[in-house]
Design a protein around this ligand. Structure first.
Ligand code: F6R
Length: 608
């Protein structure tokens, strides 16, 4: 999704902005641009395509200036093009802006502005903001921004500069994230921490309806109505190295290999020596839990797939019914929410707009909201009643890997904590689950030790046009994640099917050599699954099975078998997804795909 960087200080703004935009590339974008205050004029350079196109132009043109704003755009209104790229400006080019989000009432505003004689050059919703600023500007930039945003509806983060206020940048946030970086004799604006981490670890996180007047030697914080506010400085506790590739070819493979550490760091601080669980920021009491008559788990994409395991674990251990819903469906459906409802929102970024709005809907209707997120200080973390952080570290690749496994590990802790508090679990069952949880990190490391087989299998299937993933129970949930991973980074069409459903339709698509990835890790369902493998084998499919170590029998039915260490059925997804992540990675590599930044996708989905 779009990225914003702003700079005011003594350095060359071009350097800080392009460096910051490069750190935001992982979020996905289709064009990039900057506006620099250069000898009392605003110079705008912006291009469709990769950041390198912009950087080459900036080098050629040698643009100087110590104040500027930059943007990477992910098209929503208007195709990717030079003209639709940001920054946008008013007709006299005295004011320039960059914008993340969507101005929902832009058509109405545009009509008014057209009648007043304003001319539009782009197809974007953003351009109305420039002309509104022009309309309201009377020498006071903050005043013009206040009046402008009072007319806007939707989600936005804006950074504004003015030729006639050369010592000021203005930042304003409504739903789309925005932070202010605090430096010495310099300050920054960014939509995401990595953009400015090289320069400062101290930031203010703007809330909805808040603005900042950012100068070289000071920052004034206020509401959009102009009421001054004070805020605590948030100090980022990870460093630039954590957000770099560290010798790996791609962030995705680095992050796959980071999973043993990420899982350990998520679990260890919460598991005490006496085997009890202490979940730092979750304050649910026995009475609170007993008051719930249902749990919703709401999320998008991979985080939703983690939620599917949360359902299995909560229903098994806590014995409360759980509904897992896709956030964009939940928001516009008719969910049964009241004060007896617990809603668990799961989000790596903590900024996914649909998940965030689902949280807000739940809160309005009186539900208790718990968040599982990876980003401290994110919108979701700040608005939830209770938060459990996944300590996965920054996840840069668009395809989520370590966030997924740590989300599942966190949901296991939440389920067990709730079960213990309400005496819903027996001591032996609890002890067994904790023992299994404690071994997860080393078992994941064991799978990652030998990559040869998975690399060979990638060679077998990388030219396929369709790949099918089948499984039963939690194996089906993992099949869905495996299928999503493969399609998003390798662009091969894939589908996940409940193995028992095959013969109700999808079996028609299975023919000679069709790759079928069959997850067969569930002891309880193993015989049924074996029959399904035989069904596709009878249609001459090429079957790669995922099974628990020691299961030699499956080799008679599948073409190839990837083994995972023995594990409790309900926790197997945390292991069985690892070969699927690796398979997707190596298939995409073989196909020469842009693995970390797959086409059309973005890391943090801050528009609906
Ligand atoms: C897929 C992927 C996405 C995200 C989804 C939710 O690999 O990464 O499906 O899981 O966009 O994002 P978060 O977790 O940030 O809310």
């Amino acid at each position: 999704m779009c990225g914003i960087v702003g700079y005011i200080g003594n350095k060359q703004a071009v350097e800080v902005l392009t460096d910051g935009l490069a750190k935001l590339e992982y979020r996905g974008y289709d064009s990039a641009g900057v506006a620099i205050l250069n000898d009392n004029d605003i110079e705008v350079r912006k291009f469709k395509g990769r950041l390198s196109v912009l950087s080459q132009d900036l080098e050629r043109n040698n643009i100087h200036g110590n104040v500027g704003i930059g943007h990477t755009r992910w098209a929503t209104h208007g195709e990717p093009s030079d003209i639709n790229s940001h920054p946008h400006w008013n007709q006299s080019c005295s004011i320039a802006i960059v914008h993340n989000g969507i101005i929902e009432n832009y058509m109405d505003i545009k009509e008014d502005l057209l009648q007043k004689g304003y001319k539009f050059t782009s197809d974007t919703d953003t351009e109305v903001v420039c002309h509104l600023l022009n309309e309201y500007y009377e020498g006071d930039l903050v005043g013009a921004v206040k009046k402008t945003v009072s007319k806007l509806e939707g989600a936005y983060a804006l950074s504004v500069m003015s030729r006639d206020n050369p010592d000021e940048l203005v930042a304003v946030r409504m739903t789309s994230p925005l932070i202010i970086g605090i430096g010495e004799e310099e300050n920054f604006i960014a939509s995401d921490i990595p953009a400015i981490l090289k320069y400062t670890k101290n930031v203010y996180i703007l809330n909805d309806g808040e603005m900042a007047l950012v100068k070289k030697d000071g920052i004034e914080l206020m509401t959009v109505n102009g009421t001054p506010i004070s805020k605590e400085v948030f100090t980022v506790d990870w460093d630039v190295e954590a957000a770099e590739k560290g010798g790996y070819d791609h962030f995705m493979i680095k992050e796959i290999h980071e999973q043993p550490k990420a899982i350990k760091e998520t679990l260890s601080p919460r598991l005490k020596k006496d085997k009890t669980i202490k979940l730092d920021d979750i304050n649910l009491t026995k009475e609170n839990i007993e008051n719930f008559n249902k749990v919703y788990i709401v999320a998008c994409g991979t985080a939703y797939h983690a939620g599917l395991l949360g359902k299995v674990l909560i229903e098994k251990f806590v014995k409360i019914p759980v509904i897992v819903d896709i956030a964009s469906e939940f928001r516009y459906g008719n969910p049964f929410i009241d004060d007896k409802t617990l809603i668990i929102v799961v989000s790596q970024s903590g900024e996914t707009i649909d998940t965030f709005e689902a949280l807000r809907l739940g809160k309005r209707k009186g539900a208790r909201i718990m968040a599982v997120t990876n980003v401290v200080g994110s919108s979701i973390a700040r608005e939830a009643h209770d938060v459990l952080y996944t300590w996965a570290g920054p996840e840069i690749a668009v395809a989520s890997t370590k966030a997924y496994t740590t989300q599942m590990a966190s949901l296991a802790l939440i389920a067990l904590d709730m079960a213990v508090k309400t005496d819903a679990i027996s001591q032996p069952e609890y002890n067994k689950a904790i023992e299994e949880i404690e071994q997860l990190s080393s078992k994941v490391a064991e799978i990652l030790e030998d990559l040869d087989l998975v690399k060979d299998l990638a060679l077998d299937i990388y030219q396929a046009e369709d790949v099918f993933f089948i499984g039963r129970g939690v194996d089906y949930d993992v099949a869905r994640e495996g299928s999503l991973k493969l399609k998003e980074i390798s662009y091969i069409h894939s589908e996940a099917i409940q193995a028992g459903e095959l013969k109700h339709g999808t079996l028609a698509l299975i023919e000679k050599d069709t790759p079928v990835i069959a997850l067969a890790t569930q002891d309880r369902l193993y015989d049924k699954m074996l029959s399904n493998i035989k069904e596709v084998k009878a249609r001459r499919a090429y079957v790669i099975a995922i099974a628990k170590k020691g299961n030699k029998e499956i080799e008679k039915s599948a073409d190839k078998v990837i083994y995972i260490p023995d594990v409790m059925d309900e926790l197997s997804p945390i292991l069985s997804v690892i070969p699927l992540q690796l398979l997707s990675y190596y298939v995409a590599k073989e196909r020469d795909c842009d693995i970390d930044k797959p086409r059309n996708l973005a890391k943090s989905v801050t528009v609906e």
